[in-house]
Write a new protein. Structure first.
Length: 261
């Protein structure tokens, strides 16, 4: 096992993404429950009107069914924040507030706004995907269990990738729930099929995170500016960064929490 630094490995940052494809929201701590993911993560999504999603659908769909950074990079130009308690979404562009709307009560206004952002044809609106108890994560298509997995990215892996390619790589490109620091590069894969404790919460590594073209979008500028997939393949012979983990116990995960294997 390559995790020589496990006694110093820790949670460097925590994020929730309440709406698929929109801004990450940093957290100082997050309550986790066995078999469930980060509360409110990917709780909403904007589905393609010509796609398979219909209100009431209880099965997972692949990311291509939704508007997201993988194909709609202009979404990264929005600075969004959803108040998960009130349901109010605030959208800013270049520091200026351009929309405040309740996700469900102001649905018509919300969908019209995102239709303009996505440059959809006149009269075409995205469909708000929102089903109680469901998440629109990238692995939701694999079943209800994977839908709740938590995504982890090792900052040392990102730094190694940046050093080997000579590129500046913002770890936010990988849209993880948990950023880890203090591990050797790519040591996170040693957590697969193993139980570990992160900040007092028991987890098990389940799956390597294969990356998509969403990582090629600069989260700061919203421009597609770096061929991350090609560079990963050329540098490492694969396109994986990070892993998914299943939560095995209830607990509160905090920034600074340590990793014990």
């Amino acid at each position: 096992m390559r995790m020589e630094a496990e006694d110093t490995a820790r949670v460097a940052a925590l994020y929730v993404y309440p709406i698929k494809g929109l801004s990450p929201q940093p957290l100082t701590h997050v309550p986790l429950r066995r078999g469930e993911g980060v509360p409110h993560d990917r709780r909403f999504a904007f589905a393609r009107p010509e796609g398979r999603y219909r209100p009431g659908l209880r099965e997972g769909l692949r990311k291509a069914e939704f508007y997201a950074l993988v194909s709609d990079h202009r979404l990264a130009g929005l600075d969004t924040h959803l108040d998960v308690d009130t349901g109010e979404l605030t959208v800013r562009v270049a520091g200026h507030e351009v929309l405040t709307a309740h996700v469900e009560e102001d649905r018509e206004e919300l969908l019209a706004f995102f239709a303009r952002v996505l440059d959809l044809p006149e009269g075409v609106l995205p469909v708000l995907a929102a089903e109680e108890g469901r998440r629109y994560t990238d692995v939701a298509f694999a079943g209800d269990g994977p839908m709740h997995w938590v995504s982890l990215v090792n900052l040392a892996s990102v730094r190694d990738f940046a050093a080997r390619t000579g590129a500046e790589v913002d770890p936010r490109r990988f849209r993880a729930n948990v950023l880890l620091d203090g591990l050797p590069p790519f040591a996170e894969v040693d957590l697969l099929d193993r139980e570990f404790t992160l900040g007092g919460v028991r987890m098990v590594g389940r799956y390597r995170t294969g990356r998509c073209a969403a990582t090629e979008v600069d989260p700061a500028s919203g421009r597609r500016d770096l061929p991350v997939l090609r560079l990963l393949d050329r540098t490492y012979g694969h396109q994986d960064v990070g892993i998914y983990a299943e939560v095995l116990s209830d607990g509160v995960l905090r920034v600074g929490g340590g990793l014990v294997v």
